[in-house]
Write a protein that binds this ligand. Sequence first.
Ligand code: FRU
Length: 333
Amino acid sequence: MVKKIEIYLREENIMKKIFALAVTIAALLTVTIAVSGIGEAAPAKTYHIGMSQCNLGEPWRVAMNDQIRTAAAQYPEFEVSFSDAAQDNSKQIADVENFITQQVDLLIISPNEATPLTDVVKRAYDAGIPVIVLDRRVDGDAYTSFIGGDNVLIGKKAGEYVAKNYPNGCNIVEIKGLEGATPQKERHDGFMAGVGSDPKYKFVYSQSCDWLRDKAITVMESALQANDKIDVVYGHNDPAAVGAYVAAENAGRQKEMIFIGIDGLPTPDGGIREVMAGRMAVTYVYPTGGAEAIDAAYRLLVKGEKLDREVVLDTIEITKDNAEEMLKKFGGA
Ligand code: FRU
């Protein structure tokens, strides 16, 4: 009996020691966890996105950057750095090289011209940086995803508008975008398809204004001097059409012709208000794709999804019949 009690007491002693040891270990573990921060919510991984803009001197591009900034602000994981190449291919190449050196997690680029920018985009892509090409294309296929409007379709709709309103043919001045930027050729080709390449639709003057309003004024001044009869001005973007309108108005000839543009921004100086004011007959919404690019970046980087190679954005034809409604729809009222 005495022996049993002795054993029991000894065991109880051992149990007490084990218990004390366990308490000590637990306390030590708590201190370690607190010091190391294990167990707290891990900070989210952040991603650095480089956005290479070809020219911030145009309202449509300011809108694109604004949309990217607003969309990215929804994701605390994203930090976006913007560069502006001021319509200079060499500067844009250097901007992209800089993003490659910084090892950005993703590159968004709206290239000034296709061919000069193709190599540096490929270098970024080959370095393992996912590349989203926005609005204007590069040559080849060394990029992750292209997002943009259908410029051939938009040009075609503009051509069809002319064919419908001038069934007997007309004299057309075309004020083109920058040579070498893919939408320029696509908008021209689409328009030709829209008027059915019919010779009754005469291109009496065709010049590039590099997408710029001021240059469009000069181009239109020459077109007016060279032609007594102009029925239609097809501007490859709204600044081209509005610049042409200004030149025609200065010459007192704006009523003689209609002005067609592309972009359809809801901003105070944008195409929708130009249509409402009667300066342009029609414009076509050309979405910037800024929000879609950030959405794609999120799906790729954060969710690990695969992106579509090609994302085509819709357009809307805006005439005086729907301009007010569209202004409201796009938040410009
Ligand atoms: C701005 C812009 C837009 C046009 C687009 C085409 O640079 O000229 O007006 O729709 O680029 O890439």
